[in-house]
Design a protein around this ligand. Sequence first.
Ligand SMILES: Cc1ncc(COP(=O)(O)O)c(C=O)c1O
Length: 396
Amino acid sequence: MPKISEKGQRMPESPIRKLVPFAEDAKTRGIKVFHLNIGQPDIKTPQVALDAVKNNDIEVLSYARSEGSESYRNKLAQYYKKNQIDISAKDIIVTTGGSEALLFTIGSITDFGDEIIIPEPFYANYNGFAAANGIEVVPIVSSIETGFALPEIEEFEKLIGAKTKAILICNPGNPTGYLYSKKEIEKLKALVLKHDLFLIADEVYREFVYDNMQHHSIMTDKGIDQNAIMIDSVSKRYSMCGARIGCIVSRNKEFIQTSLKYAQARLSSPTYALLASEAALDTPQKYFDEVIIEYVERRNTLITELNKIDNLKVSKPKGAFYCIAELPVEDADDFAQWMLEKFSDNNETIMVAPASGFYSTKGSGKNQIRIAYVLNKESLIRSVELLKLALEQYKN
Ligand SMILES: Cc1ncc(COP(=O)(O)O)c(C=O)c1O
């Protein structure tokens, strides 16, 4: 039989989706499963975006420009200006989701065997994008004790070697909910300048910042023009995960020209989704204000309820819509599967994402899960009640 590539075999399974068959099986047994495992918000997509797809006179569904239309990129630049990010259309390449933005970015800046340093736990698919590009993720541990704050810069420095090409952060963080402060971003800037590295910031959760805190983008000041690359997406901002539109932003011309070649090779992003994404930029501020209020209430409800469980540790997220909880179990993978296979209360159970897949250090996060608070408050309260009951019944 022809042989599958080493690269392909190294591609990790998604920790968010690998329990899906067990959840499907539970559902066929008539059990309701509360999905806390995936960051698919239940918030309505802005009407302006939906209307743009419904009300148009397109007769030929043609390719779009590889880098995205001039009008969309100009409007994106205006949106960024409102967010204190002074860039222009030429600094943007529109992609098919933040996922493709990450793939193009890693492809453009690394060669086989190169390394990218990432604070862990991190968005699990970074492992997949690294494997697809034949590069190594070098993890640097952040801890639940500090709420997943930026590790000490000296620790980063110890990991920098000849193969290091970049530091990648997610701000606000999936799966940690941590929001890096201006001071932390400044420390990273100084570090990448000193070692001539790229700094990639995945800012797809920029709008989801709570408690009157400010998001500080790596693109805000121009001291690291040649090093800074920002990843963005419409998926979470406008609850448009299915549109599959994102972008890469950088003032580094050579990097943008290289990424454009990747964009040209895949021709273009989907035309209808581009229409919706451009229209979504006209979403009124009121939409975001209401969404933030909803997420703050959900977060507060979730954290209050989780704190009622004995021997459970959780740090309060400052942004995004996830948190990591440390459970009094040895193997959260086994526990998560057990909740789907063997546990139910009144025909209900929950699905969570075991956190081990968000680490690349073997054995890390074994007793942790990631919870996405993308369900309404009543469902969250019931979900935590189910978690508590399950913990009481589960035998390590
Ligand atoms: C941190 C982070 N980056 C990137 C993505 C990719 O998003 P998309 O490809 O839908 O834009 C996600 C999706 O959940 C994410 O959580």
